[in-house]
Design a protein around this ligand. Sequence first.
Ligand code: M6R
Length: 615
Amino acid sequence: MCGIYGYVGSNAISKTLNGIKKLEYRGYDSSGIAFFSDTFKLNNLIKNYNNNVTTFKNGINIIKEQGEISKLEKIINVLNPKSETAIGHTRWATHGKPNIKNAHPHFSENGNWVVVHNGIIENYDELKNGLTSYNFSSSTDTEVVAMMLSKFFNGNVLETIVNVCSKLVGSYAFAILNYKEPNKIFVAKNNSPVVVGYGENFGVVCSDLNSVEQTKSLFILENNQFAVVEKNNVEVFNNKLEKINLKPFKDFNSESENSLGNYKHFMLKEINEIPKAIEKTVVNYNSFEKIKKAIPKSLIKKLKNILIIGCGTAYHAGLIGKKLIEEQCGIKTDVEIASEFRYNNFKPNKNTLAIFVSQSGETADTIKAVKMSKAYGLKTVAITNVKNSSICFEVDYVIHTCAGKEIAVASTKAYNAQITIFYLLKAYINAVLNDQPELVFEESKNLIKIANVIKNNKISEQTKQIALKIKDCKSVYLIGRGLDYYTAMEAGLKLKEISYIHCEAYPAGELKHGTISLIDENKYLFAFVTQEITKEKTISNINEVISRGGKVIVLSQFNINNNDFNEFIALPKIDQLYMPLVAITYMQLISYYVSVALNYNPDKPRSLAKSVTVE
Ligand code: M6R
């Protein structure tokens, strides 16, 4: 997790600050910036800011703050320091509490080195044991690296960095300053993404290809590569200190920053963008020929099984995909949580197509699962929302959801776009297997209709009212069967991650096997009843909850409303196969309104990050 940005050139501090702001989706527990400046001694200027740590050693200043980057920005705006070399960091805590002491950058004790880090040093404890004469000021694994750099310094900065990295186990992208090299940023990479580049009078380092500014030449570092970034130049080396001529990355299209427009939060904006996200995704793949370009027909023809892998919301989209593909195409489909897949002993057969779902394309668990699947000899496909994200370089084939940049941590429009892809994929598989290419176009017409239904559906008032009703309850249960169960799972995740209300989703028939003992008049139950085949059985399960005093909110397109329901959400009467796309929009909005009613920031829920780049 965490974001790194560094800049050599004019206005390095504001460039770096803007850079880490773009990376805030990777974590926002704390942030910090280090910069060279001989004359700028912050400790004297900053007395008014008791809470933040500022340090000045050997010509390098560090300013750090706890919480969102806007807090760091405020200080920097007041102090207005100037520098031509800076590195910055936004953190998602892995080692040590999310406080100022643990915020990056980290000095070595002698102040000769400064380090910012993405990733996890797994052997940091062992390494720390060899550094007993050093005084540490944080609990991080990163500070250990700063101390090692000073311990092993042999007079050559790059050589020392390469040597220290050879002792590390784990994942890292480092940006490093050394007090004797005020015009350079040193970079090292192993299993955490990082790019380096330069343009007219500047050099840059960034942990995300899509957040870096336009450069003349941009290089994606590979594992065990090192770079020296300067104004107008970047040099890349291997771990034998041999210079490497990396090919500059060309297909580069920095996404512009999204603005809130008239919305108060990105989450609300993104929920409102769902119809557009579906439409754009469909337009990209609305014919047999278009999907064929992404996944060749030959691959589909020989496939026996499908394995879908993802985390969180992406995993839930995969569950919907499983149901669609298994039931509509007759192909056995398994779904795995990426972090579990790695450790179970399940070896899929070679004719399994492995599909990885990831909005960001940066999720470490999912990327690890891709690597394992490739080692098993499987063909791999990524469904991702971010072009040129790390996963795109790992898989054989890429399908893009075209939801547009998703900024709120809680995934909404990307989820709908992921499901949209599964509907299209289902159609494509059937088109190939039955030699009916027109199926893809027909499916795309159905999906566009659904996008219009969502667009014209006025659900704001009722969802707001329901949010106010449930906002103070301690526990929410969500039930459904089949597709409805998967919607319940995603709905529960949405509500809990931004409202902090305990939520649990269950297959409707499973409640009575234990969980129903928790139901009483203080609990709310959301029940999804959108599938004819399971309707009656789920209604029985709802009644069981009502009998035990539970308050029930039912979402259904069937005429099943009755006085025992606390609330009834009348879903639009559409083909029930497409209900997952529609029913979830109610729960996304309810979750949003609960979070706002509780005075939380739905865009940045506590302890989370948009992109989870540690395992
Ligand atoms: O970027 P990814 O789709 O790989 O992220 C996976 C999960 O971390 C993500 O879906 C998470 O569960 C959502 N933020 C929840 O809203």
